[in-house]
Design a protein around this ligand. Structure first.
Ligand code: FE2
Length: 490
């Protein structure tokens, strides 16, 4: 067996040569990012994985070179990839020598899946190459699944056909129950994380906390990483991928996402940059490429990036797309300016009108009610810049009963309710305390039922007492402790 001697890399920029961490060459390739799922409904799901050169991220890697504010600004307007990458990586080092690197590699993957309670109903798919042009990822769409069933995933990897060494991992997901089935359901809503602001070496503390909550599913409302924040500023596609490879190699994240049904939404920072809209660029990357990298490469794909899913008799959720169809933020507000766009808005209103679910929960990346900071924000439905479409949505929602809105984006937790209306909005807040901010704790507005400028997440439970359904929203701190609760009967 060929073994490369492990050398602890405590290098700084001046170190002559840095070796990657220990590699057992007989067992490559690895699943350093685990397995992700997305878009689950009663009979289908999208599965995603990636092959990596090493089993773990490079914990001994070197931090990227810091840039001054002026440098960040001027580099964001450049498009020369080599200048942009050299500006943050010491000249004697490679990208895989940097802090948290988890480089990909070529190879083949085989996926098997079966219901946890019926292992004999096992499906094994053909070995398939990962796509080197898509960051060494591979996706499958599984169909013909059973509702309300926990499936086990088993993945094997090999370098080439006939290769001796193999690796394997397991994962799991749950399909939703049918629309006729009254069932207790529990899910979480999270937003706004990044590698640099994690609150534990192994990832964000909210992940082990949410594991203890025993959720049916998770909705990530976006800002899953921040391209336009330091260490490194992701001015190129390679640096963007580096950030995904790193955050999903964190043990807390990898374990949670491999084993939980998840719906991934995107927002501005994980599409391109702060308040990104069509036509904008960040360094060498266009807005359109940013969308492709998220929708088609780094996350489980679906033909449309908005969807409604029934989770039993009493719950229907709507996942809204907030970037792909938006106008330019700088356009004058009016009938032609929108975030959802005409097609998505018509679909939303039609599907809400025809729903017979007891409780309806709309999940949007960014706020529809707010309040948001009045100064400098022109990016969401609660801002003046999108008031026209915001008013149409708020007016429509207000005509319905038992409908609630959830969102991320804002880095503080809140519950807003407009007095004498059906308008309720629950914001998850950011995923760690160091990521929270942007609002003053003392600035409590009339619509605030709850306000907390700290990190954490939101859980939503459908519960049945004496066959009567109840919907309960709980804001939690980063360790899962409940800090606020609102309960609704139908
Ligand atoms: Fe954010």
């Amino acid at each position: 067996m060929k073994r490369r001697k492990f050398i602890k890399n405590t290098a700084v920029a001046s170190t002559a040569m840095v070796l990657p961490p220990f590699i057992d060459t007989e067992r490559v390739p690895y699943f350093g990012n685990g397995v992700h799922n997305g878009w689950a409904d009663q009979d289908s799901v999208a599965i995603w994985t990636r092959l990596t050169k090493n089993p773990e991220l490079n914990a001994q890697g070197v931090p990227f070179i810091e840039l001054t504010k002026e440098q960040q600004k001027s580099f964001a307007d450049l498009s020369d990839v080599s200048i942009l990458e050299k500006s943050q990586i010491p000249s004697n080092l490679r990208l895989e020598d940097m802090e948290g690197a988890c480089p990909g590699t070529t190879g083949q993957v085989q996926l098997s899946y079966y219901p946890e309670n019926d292992p004999a109903d096992r499906h094994t798919l053909e070995w398939a190459d990962v796509d080197a042009s898509k960051n060494y990822t591979r996706q499958w769409k599984l169909t013909g699944l059973l509702p309300d069933t926990r499936y086990i995933l088993e993945l094997k990897s090999r370098k080439t056909k006939g290769a001796k060494g193999q690796n394997s991992i397991r994962g799991a997901f749950l399909t939703p129950p049918e629309a006729t089935r009254p069932k207790d359901v529990s899910f979480a809503v999270v937003s706004c994380h990044d590698f640099n602001r994690r609150d534990h070496e192994d990832g964000h503390r909210i992940y082990p906390a949410m594991k203890r909550d025993n959720l049916d599913f998770l909705v990530h409302t976006g800002d899953i990483e921040y391209y336009d924040k330091r260490n490194p500023y992701a001015f190129t596609e390679r640096l963007m991928r580096f950030k995904w490879d790193r955050i999903f190699a964190l043990p807390y994240q990898r374990d949670f996402y491999s084993n939980t049904t998840c719906y991934f939404m995107k927002d501005d920072h994980d599409t391109l940059k702060d308040d990104a809209y069509p036509g904008t660029r960040y360094g060498a990357v266009s807005f359109d490429r940013g969308i492709e990298i998220f929708d088609k490469e780094q996350f489980p794909s679906n033909p449309k990036t908005y969807k409604t899913v029934r989770w039993g008799k009493d719950l229907q959720i709507w996942l809204l797309e907030g970037r792909n169809y938006r106008s330019k933020n700088t356009d004058p507000d009016g009938p032609d300016k929108h975030i959802l766009g005409k097609e998505q808005r018509e679909w939303l209103f039609k599907t809400i009108d025809s729903s017979d679910a007891t409780f309806k929960v709309l999940i949007s990346a960014s706020p529809i009610i707010g309040p948001d900071r009045p100064k400098g924000k022109n990016d969401n439905h609660s801002n003046k810049a999108y008031q026209y479409e915001g008013d149409i949505i708020r007016e429509f929602v207000n005509r319905h009963d038992n409908i609630y809105m959830c969102n991320g984006d804002r880095h503080w937790q809140y519950v807003s309710h407009i007095k004498d209306s059906n308008l309720w909005e629950f914001c998850s807040g950011a995923g760690s305390d160091s990521h929270a901010g942007g609002w003053n704790q003392d600035n409590v507005r009339p619509e605030h039922r709850f306000l907390r400028v700290k990190g954490g997440y939101l859980t939503v439970d459908v519960m049945h007492t004496d066959s009567k359904p109840q919907l309960v929203f709980k804001h939690r701190d980063v360790d899962g402790k409940v800090v606020h609760e609102e309960a609704f009967a139908s």
